[in-house]
Design a protein around this ligand. Structure first.
Ligand code: TRP
Length: 465
């Protein structure tokens, strides 16, 4: 059978934690979290985000890793096999298919943004960035995004190095990168927070991030917070499912997931604490969108002693964090093609990479020449980002918890999670409640509300009755 190809296994549980954290921590935390927080008004959004991580994200993560570990295949085939094993419809494989589509879309624009990070590394190394004020930093960023050619070059370089690593197979290289480099990134981020606390307007940043102002919260921003939780934790498209498939047998999934979730959240909050004090101190626009981090950090490093060296180091590390995440976006797609039995890993990687590259070109053009081409006032980049992150990932996550909570027998699921019937009584109950009720209802409510389906439903209801 085609799905019987044997995938490799992580050398230890520890490597899985590093790889999964490497997948989770990336542009989502450092680029996306601050900018969507800024666009959605701060405090209340952060609070909703944290609730989404805790009540929806963690249960989905636990289920996704569990399904991967027991399905031992790419998301499409893992879901199919598990469904067949539980005498359910093969159609559950569609969850994996949805993930593959989402993965392509995300990887395509992810690579464009990671390209910016590479470009900034280059600018810092070459010293183009010395002491820039807010205006010149903004102008500089705009110059990059207005040049389709530069973006194309950096986007291509980033995808090539991503494909290189995926093509070699995960263990060589990825394990090494996450083991030594992730800790340095964490340290640097911590250093940046301290710097911002001293130099920036830390008080305003704290108020902005942690004092909820619910009037700024809309239905759409709740959907965005939910999507951001999925995006940041790498959930809903199969990244963690395929990483789970490479797990050795004895791995405590729950504790491991909690560690990944905590690390990811701390990094996102630190990024916010590093960025917003500078934003307020220099009067930058918090809601300026995708350029926020790049503009803010250019100003910060420009004003800092040894800014050029530190700036270089930071963007190198950010690029590496993006790289370890992008690898996990491509891996499920490649694993699935491999299971078809006809392609080598290298060929599968090239095909997957080329697809994402092409979509990425559309994205990068929407920052310049195609900027005016919009549907529902969103350009191609914004549509890919919204559709994949705010719709497909939550939908994938919803199906994952529904499958784990309602289609699998509770005993089976608990056994797969390594929970004995007698021990862990309370924790098992809480988990079951979260997986069966809280997470699915939460996701469904948010999806229905912000798509306007509830209003349409109400209208139809009132027309009939
Ligand atoms: N979580 C990564 C980040 O924060 C991006 C990412 C990797 C991702 N794999 C994913 C997002 C799977 C959604 C789904 O940068």
């Amino acid at each position: 059978m085609s799905t019987e190809i044997k995938h490799e296994t992580w050398s230890s549980r520890w490597i899985f934690i590093l790889a999964a954290t490497g997948s989770a921590v990336g542009l989502g935390n450092i680029w996306r979290f601050p900018y969507v927080t800024g666009e959605n008004g701060g405090g209340a959004f952060v609070l909703v985000y944290l609730l989404c991580v805790l009540l929806v994200g963690l249960p989905v993560m636990i289920c996704e890793v569990m399904l991967g570990k027991h399905g031992r295949a790419s998301p499409i085939n893992a879901m199919k096999n598990l469904a067949i094993g539980a005498k359910l419809s093969e159609k559950w494989g569609m969850v994996g298919l949805l993930g593959i589509v989402a993965g392509f879309l995300i990887l395509s624009f992810y690579s464009v943004i990671a390209g910016w990070s590479l470009a900034y590394t280059f600018y810092f190394v070459t010293g183009t960035m010395e002491t820039m004020g807010p205006q010149s930093a903004e102008a500089f960023f705009n110059k990059l995004t207005e040049s389709a050619t530069s973006m194309l070059v950096w986007h291509s370089i980033f995808l090539v190095i991503t494909c290189y690593m995926v093509g070699r197979g995960l263990k060589r290289g990825l394990e090494m990168a996450v083991k030594s480099l992730m800790p340095i990134l964490f340290l640097m981020l911590f250093g940046l927070v301290c710097y911002s606390a001293v130099v920036g307007n830390f008080g305003d940043a704290i108020v902005y991030l942690f004092r909820p102002n619910f009037s700024a919260l809309t239905g759409e921003s709740i959907l965005i917070a939910l999507g951001q939780a999925f995006f940041s934790l790498s959930l809903g498209m199969g990244s963690l499912m395929i990483y789970g498939a490479y797990l050795p047998k004895q791995t405590p999934i729950i504790r491991t997931s909690a560690m990944i979730g905590i690390a990811d959240t701390l990094v996102a909050l630190s990024a916010g604490l590093a960025i917003f004090p500078i934003v307020f101190a220099y009067g930058l626009e918090a809601g300026q969108g995708p350029g926020l981090v790049f503009v803010t950090l250019t100003v910060a490093f420009g004003a800092m002693p040894f800014g050029q060296i530190l700036g270089t180091l930071f963007f190198v590390l950010l690029s590496i964090a993006a790289w370890t995440s992008a690898i996990s976006l491509l891996e499920p797609i490649v694993a699935w093609m491999l299971e078809g039995g006809r392609l080598t890993r290298v060929k599968a990687t090239v095909i997957g990479g080329a697809g994402a590259w092409l979509l990425g070109v559309f994205s990068l053009l929407s920052f310049n020449i195609w900027g005016d081409i919009t549907i529902f006032s969103k350009n191609f980049f914004e549509i890919s980002e919204f559709l994949s992150t705010s719709i497909m990932l939550p939908l994938g996550g919803l199906l994952i918890v529904l499958f784990s909570g309602w289609r699998l027998k509770s005993d089976t699921a608990l056994e797969w999670l390594g929970i004995e019937a007698k021990e862990w009584k309370l924790r098992a109950k809480v988990l079951i409640l979260l997986v069966k009720v809280v997470a699915p209802l939460g996701v469904a409510a948010v999806l229905v509300n912000s798509s306007g389906l509830d209003r349409i439903g109400l209208k139809i209801f009132s027309l009939i009755f």
